[in-house]
Write a protein that binds this ligand. Structure first.
Ligand code: NDP
Ligand code: BG6
Length: 516
């Protein structure tokens, strides 16, 4: 029986074995297992399912379950459940120890899966989740293929075989294309679910409902009325224990290529003809195709890069590293709806507080009838999508100050999910995405072409930055002055001053409106 305030409408999937590679890792412990536990407690997983963790670490079954239990206690949305709830869930957890490149691991896994299928008294479905460091994705995919685990064999029934692949998906366009090719050697595209957990956030999905479930906003959602759009993904945390990965990735690869561009496509896309994976992703792809590729000479004026002051002191960071922990970028979308409307994207670590917001700033009224009021009113209207930690919507408009005369003041209208639907935490992104993958709905997962197009947008910016730090690339046409300087910023600020200048060039400024 579900006790969720926000019921997910997806039906319970049929019997399934979920195999998680990298099962000893952080993501499995902090996100995947807590999400599966919550789904189990809410009755959203079938009575007959199994979860097999695969990793090299030495665990027996009991140790593996104990390790996962601490993650559930610390991170599950519904953590306040009794031991019986855990025991019921834990009975579904199994462990398979082995190296990711050893065929014996997959032979043992296959035996375990067959035994579990047999115990189900019918052939079940198989969902593989790749939660390892990314260099292992092609290794695991190839081994799954070699072991015949990528498809149902003759006489094994018609259950599905799907694979979820974590981010980062590639390091640039060439590596993403190569990874797609390697995956497609083994799995059809219809079997592949590339995860971007931002798409699983309720407040992100609400962008589509706001735009296409209401009639009053879409008519003004275009270049005739919108002045610009700004997307902020600010993090209070530093890079943390992942410096090894982060120092070779940086903020563009870590969050722009995926989360920020996904948010942008949802704001900018045309309404799909139907709400299904193909039509939705087709529309997102069209936005990415229309983003104007940044020319080398624009990188210095249309992008900003920063590094928090103490980054180089962190263990695992290369001496003198120029990896950016902050970026601000201006993108343009060359299509009829958005021609000439700048999209400003910014994100950074160790900023003043966590804040993910998207503001659609409308144009000034074309003719000012009323005298200036308080604080320079009338101001242009804007709508802000509060993605996290505040979850809701915010609208600013002008109103008459009561009393004599026609003086104006800006006022704000707020909608908060918590106030409207109760204070229970919204479902975790991974809950929704795991359930969607089990149900074969790929709408909220990135398609191969989507991933490659987003790298096509990021690569020229990263190349310009890299060129500034490796002057030998001048031979390739990059000049040092075509990249912005690396600006250092202090903890608890909103990033380097260059980010403010990026908007000030056109008399605009960043907004943060959700936190009260
Ligand atoms: P971990 O570094 O914790 O790695 C997961 C597991 O992979 C480890 O427990 C380890 O298991 C195995 N492993 C690690 N390094 C190696 C290696 N060099 N060679 C072979 N095996 C190795 O990663 P996370 O759990 O943090 O992340 C997993 C994936 O999810 C990554 O691709 C990451 O980018 C992505 N991700 C993670 C997020 C997070 O919050 N953690 C957020 C978003 C994406 P063992 O040694 O037991 O085999
Ligand atoms: C991950 C990035 O994809 O997203 C992390 O690798 C980042 O660096 C995280 O901290 C942010 O996710 P969220 O859901 O906390 O905004």
């Amino acid at each position: 029986m579900s006790n969720s305030v926000f019921p997910l409408i997806t039906p319970v999937p049929p019997r399934t074995t979920i195999v998680i590679f990298g099962a000893s890792g952080d993501l499995t412990q902090r996100k995947l297992i807590p999400a599966l536990y919550t789904l189990d407690v809410e009755g959203r997983l079938p009575e007959r399912y199994a979860i097999i963790g695969v990793a090299r670490s030495e665990f027996d079954g009991e140790q593996f379950r104990a390790h996962l239990r601490t993650g559930v206690q610390a991170h599950a949305r519904l953590a306040n459940h009794d031991a019986a709830a855990w025991d019921r869930f834990a009975a579904h957890l199994h462990y398979c120890q082995g190296s990711y490149d050893d065929p014996a691991t997959y032979a043992a896994l296959a035996r375990q899966m067959v035994a579990l299928d047999d115990a189900c008294e019918t052939c079940g479905n198989h969902l593989f989740y790749l939660a390892t460091p990314p260099h292992l994705y092609p290794v695991i995919v190839a081994q799954l293929g070699a072991a015949g685990l990528n498809r149902r064999g003759a006489g094994q029934g018609d259950g599905f075989v799907r694979v979820i692949i974590e981010k980062p998906f590639g390091h640039d366009l060439a590596s993403a294309q190569a990874l797609n090719a390697e995956i497609h050697e083994v799995f059809d595209e219809s079997q592949v679910y590339r995860i971007d957990h931002y798409l699983g956030k309720e407040t992100v999905q609400n962008i589509m409902v706001f735009r296409f479930g209401n009639a009053i906003f879409e008519p003004v959602w275009n270049r005739n009325y919108v002045d610009h759009v700004q997307i902020t993904v600010a993090e209070e945390v530093a890079v943390g224990p992942r410096t090894g990965y982060y120092d070779t990735a940086g903020v563009l690869r870590d969050v722009f290529q995926n989360h920020l561009l996904q948010l942008m496509t949802l704001i900018a896309m045309e309404p799909p003809a139907a709400f299904n994976a193909k039509f939705l992703r087709d529309e997102k792809v069209k936005v990415l195709q229309a983003v104007r590729p940044m020319r080398a000479e624009e990188v210095a004026t249309a992008t900003v890069r920063g590094q928090y002051r103490t980054y180089r002191d962190e263990p695992g960071v290369r001496p003198g590293s120029t990896t950016a922990t902050y970026a601000a970028v201006r993108l343009l979308i060359d299509n009829w709806r958005w021609q000439g409307v700048p999209f400003y994207l910014r994100s950074g670590k160790l900023l003043a507080r966590k804040a993910t917001e998207i503001t659609v700033q409308f144009k000034d009224v074309p003719h000012k009838l009323f005298p200036a009021g308080e604080a320079g009113s009338p101001h242009a209207n804007f709508i802000t999508f509060c993605i996290q930690p505040e979850e809701g919507l915010h609208l600013r408009f002008e109103t008459k100050i009561p009393g004599a005369g026609m003086r104006l003041r800006s006022v704000e209208m707020d909608f908060q999910f918590g106030e409207e639907f109760g204070q229970t935490a919204l479902p975790e992104a991974y809950e929704r995405l795991l359930l969607d993958a089990l149900n074969g709905d790929a709408s909220l997962f990135a398609r191969a072409d989507e991933i490659e197009l987003s790298w096509r947008i990021i690569d020229p910016i990263q190349a310009g930055w890299d060129a500034a730090d490796q002057p030998r690339r001048e031979a390739e046409g990059w000049r040092t002055e075509t990249a912005p300087p690396l600006e250092f910023y202090e903890k608890d600020t909103w990033g380097p001053p260059g980010a403010d200048r990026l908007l000030a060039q056109s008399s605009r400024h960043w907004r943060l409106t959700c936190h009260k």
